[in-house]
Ligand binder design. Structure first.
Ligand code: GLU
Length: 482
């Protein structure tokens, strides 16, 4: 049987890391088994679903490179199918109209609580006579539709991540609402468990791989498959993603949408790579792979059933590896928007080759893309004061002579190459009769405004190309003379 798996996000929020990771596992499973990966947007909750969330989900999957083979399908376009299934359950006596009011339900739950019992519906309207129904209708009550859950019975499945799981139907909260009430007496809006099962049947889903927060829905859904006469797919419940405190990763951890990771400077390939490892361990020690590479090794039996702790250090390390592997031409594409956002002034087209050299200079030191903002400030911002250490360096004896000699030499050089720069620094050292270290430190202080930073020679070259080397030398010479 061809493997068909799906991701079924609800557009009630942005694409979250948990959903994205579930999408990754589904994608890998589909590709591992030569199957299909389907996208279904579960937008039946009309009040909470928003088109901008749908867009965010579609854009997020695209940014991550999680392409799907079929869809997106929208539940709101499939209402007739749900109504037909509900009708079928009603006709077969597997579902019924329930007129219990909110006040009665509250009272029921209070009484259960007082007796120390778990709240549940007590199935009181399961066997209404036509007369009783008519009376409720006459009172203007609007019924919901409940699916009968026979008790007790054991519902078991062999979870592809967790192994055998068994639930007792007594723990499912009584007969379950599958459709809300409607004003015209027809079955109203279908609810999640019903719609999901109808969809998974119609779409021929063979494995349902989803977060373990859905585990309590699975026994209810299995009963619905059986009632609808469909074969039950396999289930795999993947571990939740936890923060450093062991709690479910949430808004409080600063990441609500996948695009938050983009804003933090993570590359999509790195984030995907990290998500692959979030709960799954490859059979060998390999840590860096593309989705397609991971798909050749992926299987659910190596997915850990314990919660997966989000490890920023590991994500950073993976991101740095991907950044370091980029060519300067590719890296500059990522850095241009970062520099623009920082307010640096440059012309992305005319300054291209200079920008690529800047990317080549700092690329190996980057962990996240925005690290480049501070690292390259001295190259972009003309008016930048010396930091404290650089200021102290400029007060050392002999510095003024070094700077003046360097300035005089540099005036005659239009295009500075590494060779010319090296020669220049050597000549200044010799002519001034000072130690090479003094020359290097003084030049670093004045040119880069700091004693720490990227390679001096290359910085010198880039600053000269950008018209900043001579003015900085000049400015320092003047201010020392003053
Ligand atoms: N729509 C559900 C959610 O976003 C997923 C349902 C499922 O995967 O079965 O959590």
């Amino acid at each position: 049987m061809t493997v068909r798996v799906r991701i079924a996000p609800s557009p009630t929020g942005n694409l979250h890391i948990g959903t994205a990771r579930t999408a990754v596992f589904n994608w890998l499973y589909a590709h591992r088994h030569g199957g299909k990966f389907i996208l279904r947007v579960e937008d039946t909750d009309r009040e909470r679903s928003k088109p901008e969330y749908t867009q965010n989900i579609l854009d997020g999957l695209q940014w991550l490179g999680l392409n799907y083979d079929e869809g997106p399908f929208f539940q709101t376009e499939r209402m007739e199918r749900y109504q037909a299934a509900i009708q079928q359950l009603l006709e077969r006596g597997q579902a019924y109209y329930c007129y219990t009011s909110e006040a009665e339900l509250d009272e029921m739950r209070e009484a259960q609580k007082a007796r120390g019992e778990a709240p549940r519906y007590d199935n009181r309207h399961r066997h209404l006579t036509p007369e009783q129904r008519a009376e409720f209708e006459a009172q203007g009550r609007k019924p919901v539709i409940r699916f009968k859950i026979e008790e007790p019975q054991e519902i078991s499945w062999n979870d592809l991540v967790r192994g055998p799981v068994t639930w007792n139907s007594r723990d499912l909260g009584g007969d379950m609402v599958v459709a809300r009430s409607s004003d015209d007496g027809s079955p109203g809006q279908p609810l999640y468990n019903l719609a999901v099962v109808v969809d998974d049947i119609d779409m021929g889903i063979t494995q349902i791989i989803r977060g373990e927060d859905h585990i309590g829905n699975t026994p209810k859904q299995i009963l619905l498959y059986q009632a609808l006469g469909a074969s039950v797919p396999e289930f795999a419940h993947t571990p939740l993603i936890l923060n450093a405190e062991g709690k479910k990763l949430s808004k409080r951890d600063g990441v609500t949408s996948i695009f938050d990771f983009r804003a933090m400077g993570f590359l999509p390939e790195a984030l995907i790579n990290y998500m692959v490892l979030l709960g799954w361990s490859p059979p060998d020690a390999q840590e860096l792979f593309t989705l397609s590479e991971a798909a050749t090794k992926f299987d659910l039996d190596r997915v850990n059933s314990a919660g997966a702790r989000f490890d920023w250090t590991r994500l950073d390390w993976i991101n740095s590896q991907y950044i370091h592997a980029l060519s300067p031409e590719a890296l500059v594409e990522h850095l241009i928007p970062v520099w623009q956002q920082a307010g640096y002034v440059f012309d992305p087209a005319a300054d291209r080759s200079w920008l690529e050299q800047v990317a080549a200079l700092v690329g190996p030191s980057l962990t996240r893309l925005p690290d480049a903002v501070e690292m390259t400030r001295y190259l972009f911002v003309p008016e930048l004061s010396l930091d404290a250490e650089a200021t102290a360096q400029c007060q050392q004896p002999g510095v003024a002579g070094v700077l003046e000699a360097a300035q005089a030499e540099l005036k005659n050089i239009e295009a500075l190459t590494p060779e010319l720069a090296t020669e220049l620094l050597n000549r200044v050292t010799k002519d001034q009769g000072v130690k090479k270290g003094l020359v290097m430190r003084s030049m670093r202080a004045v040119l880069t405004r700091s004693m720490k930073g990227p390679d001096l020679l290359q910085s010198f070259i880039l600053l000269h190309q950008h018209g900043l080397a001579l003015p900085r030398l000049q400015e320092q010479i003047s201010s020392s003379a003053a």
